[in-house]
Ligand binder design. Sequence first.
Ligand code: ZN
Length: 333
Amino acid sequence: MTNHRRPAGAMTAPAGPFLFRAHPGTDLEVAFTSVDAGNLAFHVSGTPAAGTKDNKGNKDNKVSQRDDSIAGGDGGAEDSRERVRASRRGVEAALGVPLGRTEYLTQVHSARVVTAAGRGWGESPAAVEADGLVSPTGRDPLAIMVADCLPVVFASRRSLESPAAVGRDGRSAASGPGSGGVGPLAGPTAVAHAGRRGLLDGILQNTVERMRREGSGHGPGDIQAWIGPAICGRCYEVPEQMRRDGTAQIPATHSTTMWGTPALDLPAGAQAVLESLGVTVHRSPVCTREDPRLFSHRRDPGRGRFIGLVWRGEEGQGSKHFEGREGREGSEG
Ligand SMILES: [Zn+2]
């Protein structure tokens, strides 16, 4: 691993279990974990190297696409499950999220978006199958797992016309005047998992549409998106036909690997799609395949997944600044 890229620009690298962490609004947390946070997926893309027993008792080939399920029945993998639980709690502790409250999905490379159920991974027996997750109030901690695919995290301002401008908790969703298009990022939040398939099938459009239905503004910049670390356009090699198909749909995805073969630039494609919808985009320059601080399916299949996370805590709760050391303790479990 001699070929690291250094993070630059808006996304900088704090120490500890996070590669990137920001507070773009009042009590609003946006974060992407690093390998130091541990693997955060119960099912890591069906490779024997992971030491799980996914193939046993699962005749369904789809299992290799499933990212997560906390349904039991995998007794032999209990050790690794407990490690994942400990790692998830470690991330929550580092951010101040109540333990077990983060909502995860069973990601299936679909374009399906669901609304948060209000029950985190610690309370819910199995995660819903979908690849986009929206919190109407922003108060549900949301996570999306990846290892080369794009983790996209969203926050938004409420639309002026939205009847939901006062949150369910009875408080004004945005403090002060001008709570609509010019107010703080106090509207719905969301996360999305966009691989090649999901990106081309419209997972990002569907996520933005759902956010707007839940009250996000329609104006330019009312929704902001953070495209986290993903495999870059110079590493994501695909067959020529696949590049042709992808490029026909989203021209910005056209790319060539650093070794000169056909490739797709998914982060560039995602940015183009989001900007066409009026979303303001912050994009990580970090490539998962090139940077050992992140899990990468292509570089190291089956090792694990990191997450993108968004959450707006109650006042004073989400703004605690734990140092990385505390976060690590949790992940050692
Ligand atoms: Zn790369």
